[in-house]
Every structure is written in structure tokens, then in C-alpha cells.
Design a binder for this molecule. Structure first.
Ligand SMILES: [Fe+2]
Length: 276
């Protein structure tokens, strides 16, 4: 694979939390919100190379939700790559979409090589760790191999769970083997971004030198109470019905930029005549 100068463009959606027909998720019509995201992408980003849906496709991992999700996502006019989050059920997902969506790891992992760049999509769902995420030993070995064979090109990683604490209420459900993940990822000379959903918040930072960001996604968004150094975890978490947010990734041989775009906005647009 040769490092290219062509501009790679892809979209990340996350946290759809689709429920069965006739149901709402915490009062929200999550399928309607997904449809708004799809319309936004089809209208504004038809030139993107593909879309990644980074987990929590279904709110309770049930088959009717996956059926409803599949029906909705077919309206997207771009290739789609899926992976799972803590709300998903891998057995139900693979029984509906077929075993071919699993990599040799048995998880819904993918490698996409395009325009001289490699995108690695990791399935961090693991029902044994509750809402947290976990990459199995086989997945970590697979990740190392995929990075080793792409040492000469930029790599972007997408997975559901955030890879470090964000100093918010939800720090107890992050990627549990984040130190092992960072040890492997840190061996690659050109990691551009690790992009996650899960937290329903927009953040950016670094973890052990690895740049990461999180997108607020399609479901409710969280107004975090940043942790105090001594006090107990504050609760309850304040949740807003918007905005709905997706990530637009633009990446070439030199730089990778992530734009967080709102496809549902809780603010009014300021009239054009106020900007003479
Ligand atoms: Fe999640």
C-alpha cells in the first residue's frame, strides 16, 4: 500500500439506539433521528467514500431493532461498515446480518484500505463487562498484525468505547483494556485518530500520546458534570434531546481533520440579514 495524497472522506455515526417498531427510547424516536442523519449525509456528504456506524446500533440488542435498523440504513447512498457497542448483542446481530460480517476474530472488526490510508474498525462490545468495552486477546493480536502490515501509511481507528477516562460520570464504563490497546497502537508511527462514540458527548484529547475524539452521536446527548477531585460521582446525569451529531473525517497524506457536524440542532439559526 502506498501512502497517497488523495483526500479520503468518511462519516462516522454512533449510538443509534434503535428500538422495535412502535417503541421509543427514553422518549426519543431514535429511528426518526437516524433517518435525519441519513438525509443529512445523503444531502451534504454524497461525495464521502463510506460511512462507519460505530456501535450501539440497537438499544437492547434485539432482532426487531436490527430489522428496523437494516430497513432504515438501506436509504444511505454510501457503502456502510458496521460495528457493535455495549447495547448490541453480537449473536442477534450476526444471526440477522450473517456471519460474514465477523472477522477471523469472531468479532465485527474490519480493515478498510483506501487512498493510501488504513482504517481499522474494532468491535469493543463484550457483555461480560457490563457497559464497559473490552478487546479480546485475539483481537489485540489481530490489531497488532493489521498495524504491522501498514507501517508505511496513516491509520485511523474507529471503535465504540472511549479509550480513556474523560473526568465525567461515565468514567466507569470505558474500554477496560485501554493500556494494552495503547501499547499496541503506540507501536505504529502514524496513528491519526482513534474515534469513538459511547459517551454521547463531544470530546478530544490524547491518551498515552494517542490522539482521540468522541462524537455525541444520534441519541440523547449528555451535559457532563466534570468530576471534582474528592467528591463522589454526581448523579443523575443531565441529558438533552439534542443535538444529533456525526463526525466527518477528512484525511490525506499529511493531516487528518475531524469535523463534528450537527444534524439536529437545539439552537435557532441567526437570520442572514444580521450578517451584512
Ligand atoms: Fe455505548
Amino acid at each position: 500500500m502506498n501512502k497517497g495524497d488523495a483526500l479520503l472522506k468518511f462519516i462516522v455515526l454512533a449510538d443509534l439506539h434503535i428500538v422495535a417498531e412502535g417503541s421509543l427510547s427514553h422518549g426519543l424516536d431514535t429511528t426518526d433521528r437516524l433517518n435525519k442523519a441519513i438525509d443529512f449525509v445523503n444531502t451534504n456528504h454524497a461525495d464521502a467514500d463510506f460511512v462507519i456506524v460505530a456501535g450501539d446500533l440497537a438499544d437492547r440488542g434485539d432482532l426487531p431493532a436490527y430489522q428496523r435498523f437494516e430497513k432504515a440504513i438501506t436509504r444511505l447512498e454510501l457503502p456502510v461498515h458496521l460495528t457493535l457497542g455495549n447495547h448490541d448483542d453480537r449473536t442477534n446481530f450476526l444471526s440477522h446480518f450473517g456471519p460474514d460480517l465477523a472477522a477471523e476474530t469472531g468479532n465485527v472488526d474490519h480493515v478498510i484500505d483506501l487512498k493510501g490510508q488504513r482504517i481499522i474498525v474494532l468491535d469493543s462490545s463484550d457483555r461480560s463487562v457490563g457497559g464497559s468495552g473490552l478487546l479480546e486477546t485475539s483481537q489485540l493480536a489481530w490489531l497488532q498484525a493489521r498495524l504491522d502490515e501498514a507501517r508505511d501509511v496513516p491509520v485511523i481507528i474507529v471503535l465504540h468505547h472511549n479509550i480513556t477516562r474523560l473526568h465525567t460520570q461515565n468514567d466507569f464504563i470505558i474500554l477496560k483494556d485501554n493500556a494494552e490497546f495503547a501499547g499496541i497502537v503506540g507501536s505504529h508511527p502514524d496513528i491519526r485518530q482513534v474515534i469513538s462514540g459511547h459517551v454521547h458527548m463531544t470530546t478530544a484529547g490524547t491518551y498515552k500520546g494517542i490522539p482521540f475524539c468522541t462524537l455525541a452521536g444520534c441519541h440523547y446527548s449528555i451535559d457532563p458534570t466534570l468530576e471534582s477531585r474528592s467528591g463522589p460521582r454526581p448523579s443523575p446525569v443531565a441529558r438533552r434531546e439534542g443535538p444529533g451529531e456525526l463526525a466527518v473525517v477528512l484525511s490525506d497524506g499529511e493531516a487528518t481533520v475531524v469535523h463534528m457536524e450537527k444534524f439536529i440542532d437545539r439552537h435557532l439559526v441567526i437570520a442572514q440579514e444580521l450578517f451584512p
